[in-house]
Design a protein around this ligand. Structure first.
Ligand SMILES: NC(=O)c1ccc[n+]([C@@H]2O[C@H](COP(=O)([O-])OP(=O)(O)OC[C@H]3O[C@@H](n4cnc5c(N)ncnc54)[C@H](OP(=O)(O)O)[C@@H]3O)[C@@H](O)[C@H]2O)c1
Length: 284
């Protein structure tokens, strides 16, 4: 049984690889990466595979039984990139694909992300291959990553209003991914994966205040003002606009979920917000 992992040099991919190594022999794993020099420390065989270069994908997938397709990272290019990978997998005789999608990809208000995930889901369903879809909600790190900026600026800013966020850490999602990739038959299933706890950005700011002993309020901004603030903080204009737009989707409930499918899969509660904040403060 050979399992190939795309995006293995990414933040989620590295955690999945570590989890998989605890479950199956490293010799049964293959990291598919566009920059092999970044993968030398993964401790598993590495093959070059660039989504934008289809000629690299066929050889990379030779002899692979199961492929974990971790969604690509360039918004707007991803549907075509995933298409290249799925076509190569069909030609190479891959039997099964596990794909990381987006929570409620079929009707999420975060349209710019959802449309590409939906297109890939449809393509997988029509591929004739066995597939499992993991619709991942927000990573907690999307917000804890802003803690240093909140501490420096004296407030946590965003456009998510009172939207409730059922996030989980990358480590939680990675564990579920490894369980699905190596576990019993879950063919044709789609999982909506999210954290057990739902919080607003006001709750996050309150937790940050509690743990630091400083008053760090949440300041909700109109989407345009939030994008401008992100540009002032050094983000490129297009990315800043996208992030601010996603927060507006969050305000509409895009990343709230109370189905607890993630904790059921991993057999434990997802990482609490208080723990994620503590870990982020320790790393800051
Ligand atoms: N649920 C959420 O909150 C959330 C948040 C952010 C992203 N995501 C999605 O989840 C995925 C994994 O998250 P992450 O945090 O691990 O992202 P990440 O750290 O940016 O990792 C993305 C991975 O994709 C690889 N990649 C990008 N373009 C590629 C190409 N053309 N050919 C081959 N590989 C390519 C990258 O390779 P390099 O190492 O060479 O760059 C990297 O390994 C993201 O790509 C995105 O689709 C979800």
């Amino acid at each position: 049984m050979t399992i190939a992992i795309t995006g293995a040099t990414g933040q989620l991919g590295r955690l999945v690889v570590e989890d998989l190594k605890a479950r199956v022999p490293a010799t049964e794993l293959i990291a598919l990466v566009r920059s092999p020099e970044k993968a030398a420390d993964l401790g598993i065989p590495v093959r070059k595979a660039d989504y934008d270069r289809p000629e690299t994908l066929g050889p990379a997938l030779a002899g692979v039984d199961t492929m974990l397709l971790i969604s690509a990272s360039e918004v707007g290019k991803r549907a075509a990139q995933h298409h290249n990978v799925i076509e190569a997998a069909k030609r190479a005789g891959v039997k099964r694909i596990v794909y990381t999608s987006l929570l409620r990809a079929d009707n999420s208000p975060i349209r710019d992300l959802a449309v590409e995930h939906s297109a890939t889901e449809d393509e997988l369903k029509a591929s004739g291959l066995r597939y499992t879809i993991l619709r991942n909600g927000w990573y907690t790190e999307n917000y804890t990553g802003s803690i240093p900026a909140a501490l420096a600026g004296g407030a946590f800013i965003g456009s998510a209003g009172e939207g409730r966020i059922s996030s989980a850490t990358r480590a939680d999602f990675a564990e579920a991914t490894a369980i699905v990739v190596t576990g019993p038959d879950r063919d044709g299933k789609t999982y909506e994966l999210a954290g057990d706890e739902a919080y607003t950005l006001s709750d996050l700011a309150a937790e940050l205040s509690r743990q630091t002993g400083r008053a760090i309020p949440y300041r909700n901004l109109p989407e345009g003002e939030y994008a401008t603030a992100l540009v002032s903080a050094g983000l490129p204009d297009g990315l800043a606009r996208m992030i601010a737009g996603w927060d507006t989707g969050v305000a509409k409930g895009a990343v709230f979920d109370d189905g607890h499918q993630l904790s059921k899969l991993i057999g434990r509660p997802t990482t609490p917000l208080s723990t994620a904040v503590r870990d982020a403060l320790a790393a800051a």
